[in-house]
Design a protein around this ligand. Structure first.
Ligand code: F6R
Length: 242
């Protein structure tokens, strides 16, 4: 596991954007796995800036998002569909048909999940997966205890995640209790993985991921089993390891 420590959030975001830019330059039809949440916002802003400067062309890439809340319409401001279009896709030249996000409203979640997993394979697998990390160590919505063999599926969010995510909702009771999330096996099948973490609140979990053994109790610890993982973290998130 390679660890890159950046001065602050802005530097972390720039460094991640440069990495994405380089990968797209090498492979214009890159298959990119994407995350939502606060952490990748700076990366998306930086990628938009590079696109506006003419330094990146997204016209051939395909994206797969990690997760979506179950029960939220794509038009809901709290859905990850809404987040992705409003923070990234609306500002770049990606083709709509190349964007994949799990469906939040579905009558057949199991079938949708199977289809999503197949679609990833059909596109040749994920070349580069961007991840954030929950303060409980989750990646995607693979909460502590998730099987390392899990594929995309319906998951129940744990109390800590619901509490952490309540900041985006008017009322805590509005936070969905379920989501559709790529599994740990899905994530580990990506050819390259970059995990971003910023701020003091992530320092404890980052220390655990780096120093503790691989355990289902800390889902992100599974990344140690992968051959091509980079953690890009800022000094605050790294404060317990330096
Ligand atoms: C989001 C996702 C989650 C977040 C994690 C960290 O698509 O999969 O695992 O990456 O909850 O969220 P932030 O960045 O808001 O701290």
């Amino acid at each position: 596991m390679k660890i890159i420590i950046k001065k602050d959030y802005q530097e972390l975001s720039k460094s991640a954007a440069i990495l994405v830019k380089e990968r797209i330059k090498k492979k214009p039809d890159l298959v990119l796995g994407l995350a939502t949440g606060s952490t990748p916002l700076g990366l998306y802003q930086e990628l938009i800036r590079l696109y506006e400067k003419g330094e990146i062309d997204f016209s051939q890439i395909t994206t797969f998002n990690l997760d979506e809340y179950l029960g939220l319409e794509a038009s809901s401001p709290n859905s990850y569909h809404f987040y992705m279009f409003h923070n990234f896709f609306n500002y770049i030249n990606i083709k709509k048909e190349n964007i994949f996000i799990p469906k939040g409203i579905t009558e057949k979640p199991k079938e949708d999940c199977l289809r999503y997993e197949e679609k990833i394979k059909e596109k040749g697998g994920i070349d580069l997966q961007i991840l954030g990390i929950g303060s409980n160590g989750h990646i995607g919505f693979n909460e502590p205890g998730s099987s390392f063999r899990s594929l995309i599926r319906v998951v129940s969010l744990n109390k800590k995640t619901i509490r952490d995510n309540a900041r985006f909702f008017k009322n805590k009771k509005d936070v969905p209790k379920k989501a559709i999330s790529m599994g740990i096996r899905t994530i580990l099948s990506a050819k390259e993985i970059v995990l971003l973490a910023s701020g003091e609140k992530k320092s404890e979990i980052i220390e655990k991921v780096i120093n503790k053994k691989v355990t289902k109790k800390v889902p992100a610890s599974c990344l140690k089993k992968h051959k091509n993982v980079t953690l890009i973290i800022d000094q605050k998130a790294a404060s317990k390891i330096i």
